[in-house]
Design a protein around this ligand. Sequence first.
Ligand code: BGC
Length: 451
Amino acid sequence: MSEWETVKGHFLDLGLPDLHSCFNLTVPQMQHIAKKFHQSMLHGLTEQKGSLKMLPSFFNIPTGEESGVFLSIDFGGTNVRVSLVQLLGQGKIRVLKKISAFLRDPGGSYDYTAATATGRELFGFLAEQIAELIGVGETIPLGLTFSFPTKMQALNKAVLIGWTKEFNTRATVGKDVNLLLLDALQKRGLHGIKPVAVINDTVGTLMTAAYSNPRADIGSICGTGHNTCYLEQQPPQQSNPMIINIESGNFNRLPANEYDRYLDLHSEKPGEQVLEKMVSGRYLGALMRLVLLDLVRKGCLFQGVSREMMDFFSQAKNLDAEHISLVLGDNPPGFGKTAAWLKNAAGIQDLSRSELQALKIIVSLLTTRAARLVAATYAGVLRHLDPLLKRPHIIAIDGSLYEKMPGFASCLEKGLDEILQNSSGQVQLNLVKDGSGAGAAIAAAVAVAPR
Ligand code: BGC
């Protein structure tokens, strides 16, 4: 009997809705999603219609022989990372130095992700970090990883289409982010820093993987946000292969439940980034909170509701992906870490073993669905690239969920195996740590290479 089966009886006694069927994804469902994802890719490519933007990156994959020293900025999550990267050729990369800074001060003195700041201020902050890392007076080409949907017009011209991941910085949408960066560098006197390339983080991840292995043809991020790119052999109106940024987080032909609908409705942009709201670190904590709040209200979980407990579950800031990882990494019989967290944070005392067990199962239902949805979209991309899977493929993945969330990577792999069945041996999933940052340096090298 599975863990779920064991506690299910207990749940039903309490009159709980069947959460399992709410979040479960069968193999035929995943295959169906893969098919619809592929159809949407084709719509996006040929008619520029539907939920997949299919944005040209203007970059092909690198040869692996690009070399030199480059600056890279990795911008797109809760912090920004600036690195000085040496490319040694033959697929070898060395990070010479790096710094990282929060975009939002935990003490509340600044927040470059919110509408209280402008694009100019945000890029001014990025320039400040560069000055701190290398000082004024150096001459270095720079690659910017900018992890939001942008319309590329050249290797270093990227117009922001719209913010995602609840970012809301003013006066940035519709602007060329490379120009904003250039202005900020000039203002700081960093005249030798040449911003020559802008890429999406998925593109950076794929380029980093392909730098050492040409079989890599899909890149993906499973972190705060979610998205995938791939190498298109015949991009529309182009004669050479090009990496296409799918912006898959916006995919919307998916079965949604009441929690998904509520979360979407109360987000910054209802109706947008539907897949991302089901699978990414920015939203999984919120989804967990909604499910738990519902169960607490119905009297199914954490008996003896107190005001402190309700306050805790009513506030979005109290639950995030880190708590999901904490619960998933915790083990019976005591579930000590989970019990201590809920006691200290929400004043929930004396949790029964079956409640703690149920909590872990609820959380794993959410993350398993996330991993299986992502697997279905990878299968959709593979259908496009190589429907009979005649050749090997490497899917390069970066991001905190894939790297750190207990069970996420193995669930994703299992889901993909179940969809691809006998051909799954042709596909390998590889973690590419800091692929998005190193990728910006590779993109800068490609951009300055003589043609
Ligand atoms: C953005 C993508 C990005 C992904 C991962 C999404 O919210 O729209 O451009 O690749 O997050 O960072």
